[in-house]
Write a protein that binds this ligand. Structure first.
Ligand code: B1M
Length: 211
């Protein structure tokens, strides 16, 4: 079993090497990458989020925890991104303008790569114009947008509208995700799909491609 408490202590203290060691140790003990992610890294980061919300900790602490989370994710990346199939389908993905959160998006990328997709990562704080430019350059079949803030959720609608206005909406399927989102919101802004987590994002992308 993944030692949730150890992960929590190491991650919340920003101990990158310790998080790496715990991740490797769990793998060596036969835990799956998915379990380590869920019960180790994500569980610990959720606790950091709760403390941040209640004002027990501040942004610097969250940042060092995020850095430690990335260190653990780097150990899991080769496993999660290891694909046995190659669909050659391209997925373009980015965190919406005004939003700097990228841990969840990076996980979605790892899972998609593991699912055999070629992923083009536009990074964080991505304006609609950059999505449009990248669609024209890379010609993806699917575009994914991530948002973690209630304030940036609205920017997703702006991005979808801009893609429509540029005459590119019929070329791509759009999937959105991030903690504050719901299936209902995704429908309201005109997205084709919504995924609550990284694993289901792969299923949603696959289902959009057969539509
Ligand atoms: Co921020 N932050 N943060 N933060 N932060 C949240 C999101 C918050 C919920 C914390 C809280 O109050 N409890 C809160 C948002 C409140 C709200 O809007 N309702 C918040 C806030 C307020 C802020 C600031 C405004 C704080 C401030 O400045 N006063 C600020 C905003 C900066 C900005 O973006 N402009 C800010 C800053 C930061 C840091 C930079 C310090 C850091 C980000 C570092 C980084 O990402 N590199 C940070 C962090 C780490 C968090 C929390 C603690 C953790 C987020 C995370 O990485 N979770 C978060 C609290 C929380 O969520 N518990 C919080 C782990 C990750 C695996 O989950 O990102 O949900 P998640 O991704 C999931 C799914 O959502 C889904 O799959 C992923 C994997 O399963 N998913 C998709 C995500 N994208 C998807 C896309 C898809 C499909 C699925 O398709 C395209």
């Amino acid at each position: 079993m993944v030692n949730k408490e150890k992960f929590h202590i190491a991650l919340s203290q920003g101990k990158m090497n310790e998080v790496k060691e715990l991740t490797q140790e769990a793998l060596d003990n036969g835990e799956t990458a998915e379990m380590i992610l869920k019960d180790g890294l994500i569980h610990a980061m959720d606790q950091v989020g709760s403390k941040f919300k209640s004002g027990e900790i501040y942004i610097p602490e969250v940042l060092i925890a995020a850095r430690a989370m990335h260190a653990g994710m780097a150990i899991l990346k080769p496993i999660l991104s290891k694909s046995t199939t190659s669909s050659q389908e391209k997925v373009l993905i980015g965190t919406v303008k005004g939003d700097l959160h990228d841990i969840g998006k990076n996980l979605v990328i790892m899972m998609l790569e593991g699912g055999g997709f070629e992923v083009i990562d536009l990074g964080i704080d991505v304006p609609a114009s950059k999505f449009i430019e990248a669609i024209q350059t890379h010609q993806p079949r699917v575009v994914g947008i991530s948002a973690l803030l209630t304030t940036t959720m609205r920017e997703m609608k702006t991005t979808l509208e801009a893609i429509e206005k540029a005459g590119l909406r019929n070329q791509v399927k759009m999937i959105v995700g991030g903690t504050p989102l719901t299936e209902k919101f995704a429908g309201e802004i005109g997205a084709d799909g919504y995924a609550p987590d990284a694993a289901s994002a792969v299923d949603v992308v696959r289902s959009l491609l057969v539509q």
